[in-house]
Design a protein around this ligand. Structure first.
Ligand code: XUL
Ligand code: MN
Length: 343
């Protein structure tokens, strides 16, 4: 069996509860205070958007950005925390309204690449070689807005520039089928992995699978994970849960479908996920209707649910499971799994 899992989340997972229809409903917790919560909640790693690490980075020189990131690294070291990855936030600037890497405008594409290079600088300063790309606006609202072949080639060209800029960086695509864009160019794990094979160094392009994003694509997250594992490309995960085909909910892991969550834990554990230093990442949000006092519980709860499901998976009778499989006794097997989850 695999070893001990280590857990991580991003500071955006502690938030004020604003949604597209209403303002914040909880008090802001300062970044420095969020960092203090990590260990208390059972987490050792921090995931960063580039400007979580260096706020206001568009107004800073590359040297100033690196200096700020180096200062943050000292804070992380003093807190016993590691940076897991850095992700360029390419969805807020006016130059990325119609996409960054796939924008039809040359200057906007240049901005996206330059910003990504700064995110790589930040990753280096924070001591991580992992860059996550959630391709938020690399898509369209009407298909005719962009040429999908050109858009795909532009994403590949952008990743190739990242690989050339830093010969150590590993680029991890986080697929999502929609939201904010209506149609996304890299909607699933299969798309992301196929895209990696077009890059100059496919071995340095992998995936970050988010449970909710897979569900939004009508797919099972654990099968997506198994697929990526078969390519040795599952380099991080964003575990959470999702109630059907609606907005991206980022619910507490296992809170909607405990069996679906169980299968994610099981596929990770059975395949020694973590053996090469991979983290168990969460991307979960407290409900907007939650009061301030327990607005971080979703993080600890997700971790607790993961560990409980791990315990259940490891306690299963593997000989019995093999017998069920070879006899095709799937009704018995089904009941065994359900009973194990009900205990
Ligand atoms: C968006 C999402 C992002 C990425 C990081 O749906 O999941 O938070 O995980 O950029
Ligand atoms: Mn995510």
């Amino acid at each position: 069996m695999a070893g001990i899992f280590k857990f991580t989340f991003g500071p955006w997972n502690i938030h004020e509860g604003a949604d597209p229809f209403g303002p914040p409903v909880r008090k802001t917790i300062r970044f420095a205070d969020k960092l203090k919560l990590y260990k208390k909640l059972g987490f050792d790693g921090v995931q960063f958007h580039d400007d979580d690490a260096v706020p206001g980075m568009n107004d800073l020189t590359p040297r100033q950005i690196t200096k700020a990131a180096e200062d943050l690294k000292k804070v992380l070291d003093d807190s016993g925390l590691s940076a897991e990855f850095v992700a360029p936030r390419l969805w807020e600037d006016e130059r990325t309204i119609d996409g960054g890497y796939t924008s039809n405008d040359t200057d906007c594409r240049k901005y996206a690449i330059d910003r990504t290079k700064r995110a790589i600088d930040i990753a280096n300063s924070l001591g991580t070689d992992l860059l996550v790309l959630w391709l938020a606006r690399e898509g369209t609202y009407i298909r005719e807005a962009k040429d999908s072949r050109v858009a795909t080639e532009r994403i590949v060209a952008a990743i190739n520039q990242m690989l050339a800029y830093d010969t150590k960086i590993r680029v991890c695509i986080e697929p999502k089928p929609n939201e904010p864009m209506d149609h996304s160019y890299v909607p699933t794990t299969g798309h992301a992995i196929a895209l990696s094979l077009l890059c100059t160094d496919p071995n340095r392009v992998g995936v970050n699978i988010e449970s909710a994003h897979a569900i939004l694509a009508g797919l099972d997250p654990s099968d997506e994970m198994g697929y990526a594992l078969a390519f040795n490309k599952l380099w991080t995960v964003h575990l959470n849960d999702q109630n059907g085909l609606k907005f991206d909910q980022d619910k507490t892991f296992g809170s909607v479908d405990i069996r679906r969550a169980f299968n994610q834990v099981r596929v990770l554990d059975m395949n020694n996920y973590g053996k090469h230093g991979e983290w168990v990442g969460l991307d979960v949000k407290a409900m907007r209707s939650q009061k301030d006092d327990r607005a971080t519980s979703h993080l600890g709860n997700s971790r607790t649910i993961f560990l409980k499901l791990l315990e259940i998976s490891r306690s299963l009778d593997e000989t019995f499971i093999e017998k069920c499989r070879s006899n095709r006794d799937y009704e018995e097997f089904d009941m065994y799994i359900v009973q194990s989850l009900l205990k």
